[in-house]
Structures are given as structure tokens and as C-alpha cells.
Design a protein around this ligand. Sequence first.
Ligand SMILES: [Ca+2]
Length: 483
Amino acid sequence: MHFLQNLLILLFCFTALAEEKKPNIVLFMADDFGCASINAHGASESFVKTPHLNSLVQEGMNFINAFASASVCTPTRYTMLTGQYSWRTKLKSGVVNTCDPLLISRETVTIGKYLQDIGYRTAAVGKWHLGYKESKFENLLGKISPGPNDIGFNYHFGVPNNLDDVHKVYIENDRIFELKSDKIQSYGESFYRKPYFGYDATQRKCDEVMDFTTQKAINWIADESQKQPFFMYYAAAAVHHPITPSSRMKGKSGAGLYGDFIQDVDYSVGQFIKALKDKGLYENTIFIFTSDNGGDLPVKAETPERQAYDKGFKFNGKFRADKHTIFEGGLKVPFIVNWPKQVNAGLQTASLVSTADIFSTLAEATNGTVPSPEIAAPDSFSFYAVLKNPQHKAGRPFLINRDAKGIQAIRQGKWKYVDDYVPAANRRKVSQNKKMLFDLEKDPSETSNCIKAFPEVASELQKLLIQARQNSSTRKLHAGSLQ
Ligand SMILES: [Ca+2]
């Protein structure tokens, strides 16, 4: 009798576990969004008002020591989706250009593919900037393959590269959205002084892209949420130049067009949260908000970013420099994780995390385990334990960052070492980079290179960086060092 009773209890437990619904995931990545651009991160309301992002911070966990893996778009996005440093690919510097092939191979296990395998429906909506097709292409006509659909995303609605890239069209799954014919008639000029392709299809309007892609993403969530758990990777096209706020936000901030555009990002976040709440999904959705790199601060006085900055709006906080560079202003990003069912409200953590760690963390949160580095995410360290306890030190022992030129830095504890190695492709422009060492505890704004005072620290960090380059995985390298 006892045996039968126990068996029944066991069966009940297993069924309850199986029925425990896996969390939904919204990964919201803003573009060029500085680490001090929202009120909860220090931005004055006299410049911008970000009520929805402030709520995310108040209701979730705020990471104050979080870094993008690179200070430009493509490498951070590559590393986030694959859990692998981008400099292990052929892209040693710069970003994917207008007609470049897909940087992620079909064989790579992306976070999308990983989640599909455990029962998720997945989507990549918004800015893509990881290339399309097998090799360099003439144009985007015909079937666009391989593309996001081939590497782990059931649905794709994308802006190919940037807010005002010369393609000027949206991509839906493996085709140009609303293409009428194969006629091409180039016209006008983009922000980059190159003519638009002129496909015979709906042309994007910069000031409508945020609303349009947000709505596409929310419609997809509404359609899918009743079926299976979902993963929505939403990559906002704002606040990358050209600074083109929506008519709704134009003139609404105290920091000019740039502040208005930040408020568009906030509005979009609010739309997602509203949709999740309306569907009763908010409690069990992991909502991550971050940026692919720090804010961009152009030199030209007439740019909206510069004007906002000169008014006193320091959107990268106290940190040195901006996007493209190897300094903290280019690498430090906002990082908020909200998951009401599992993560207590109003917490803050100083654990070192990177956008590279999202893969392993989501794997652990949804599947209770992290894939072996031979199979997937070789450079992604899970910070799942931090979500349970903000005092917990995340598993990441050190972090490697790269800038637009392919220069690398490694940080460990309070030290950050910038290496003199320059990828071959850039050696004509930069013959040799200067080695630098910063004590981030004493000097978070990187005002003084202290390499002369601590040459042994620099040389240890350089050794570790070289080992990391030679090893196929920093997770494996770290596990080896612990044995
Ligand atoms: Ca960017």
C-alpha cells in the first residue's frame, strides 16, 4: 500500500514539474544606448523621462557592472546570439557591411536554436546587422538564405543593417517585405551619402521604424503566446543615427532630438510590458534590457547627440569616450533583468557580467543546465545564480572586449589591460596600439595609464589574453585553470 501511495505521489510530482510552464523571454537590445541614459541610471528628468525603463529597474535586478562584448554593433550581436567571441570568426575588426554574407554559420548553435530544441518558438525582430546569404551579394532580391530562419529563428522581421542603411526595406523571413517586382531603381541618398537601392517595395521611414518593428514584435507575441513558450529577440533601431524620433516624441524631451529618441526606446519597452500584462504573461517572462555598445558622441557640433551632450546630458555617465573605442564609455551598458515570478524586485548587483553571458544564463533558466562548451556558447558564463542572490559572484572570471579596429582589452578584478595587438586588416591604419593598464577601482574614468607602475600585472593579463585567443573557449580555459 505504502509503495503504491509513494508511486502516486512521485507520479504527481513529475506531472507537476512537466506542467510547470517554461518562462517566456523578451531580449530587448537597444542600439548605441549609453549606460546613463535612463533616470534610474542617473539621467536627469530635465533631459529625458524614461518611466517604463525605470519600472523595469524597480521591479527587477539592475546590473551595474555590465559590459557589451564589443564597442560596435555586429560583434556584440554575434557574441550574444552564439555565446562565442566574435574575434574567433573571420570578422577581426569593424562590422558587417551592406552586402556581406551571414556571419553565423548554419552549424552554430545559437541561443535561438538552443531554445527551439527545448520547445520554444523564436523570433528576431528589428535591426539584424549580421549579414544575409552565403556569400557577398549584389542585392537582396530572391530568396534570402541562409538567414535568421536557418539559424534558430522561426520568425524574422528585420532592418538589414542600420536605421538608414541603403537597402531601405524590411525583410520578412527570407524575402523583402511587400516586394512588388524585381525592378531596381536607385534613388536619393542615405545618411551615409550612398544612394538607396530602390527596390520595388515599401520603403522604410526612419521616424516610423521603432513603432513599426515594435508592433510587429508584439503582434507575433500575441499570436504565439498561447501555443508554446516564446523567445523574442527584439533589436531596437534607436538610438543609432540618424537621430529621427517619432512624431509622438518629437519635442517631448529636454535634450533635443536625441533625448526624444531615447524616449522612443522607453515607449517601445512600455508597449512590450503592456502587451505582456494584457496577456497575463508578465509574471513569468524574463525581460532583459541592454544595449549593443555605449552611446555615440560624434565630433560635429550640429549632431543631436553632441548638442544633448553639450547641454549637460552625459549619457555615458562619468566614463571615458564613446562607441567604437576600447574605453568604458564604449563598453559599459545598461543591463536590467526583470522576471517577477523568480527575481525579487528592486535588487542591484555589482557582479561582472557581459552581453556574452545571456546565452548560458537563459539555458540555465529554461533548461536547468548550461550546454558543454564543445557544443555551444564557448565564451558565455551563466549568471543565473546572481538572479537568485545579487551578492553571488557571477561565474565569469575575466572578460575580453574589442573595439571597432579590433583592438582588445581584458578585465579581471579591478584591472583592465589594453593590448597592443592589431588585426592584420587594420595594420595599415594602426601600426601598433599602445599598451595600457587601468585600475578601475581607483580610476573608473580611465584617466591615467598606470602600466609603468604595474608592469607585472599587465604582463600577466597579456598572457591570459593570448591563452584565451589560442584556446577555442574561455569556459574550457577557465575550467582547466581550476583543476
Ligand atoms: Ca550599436
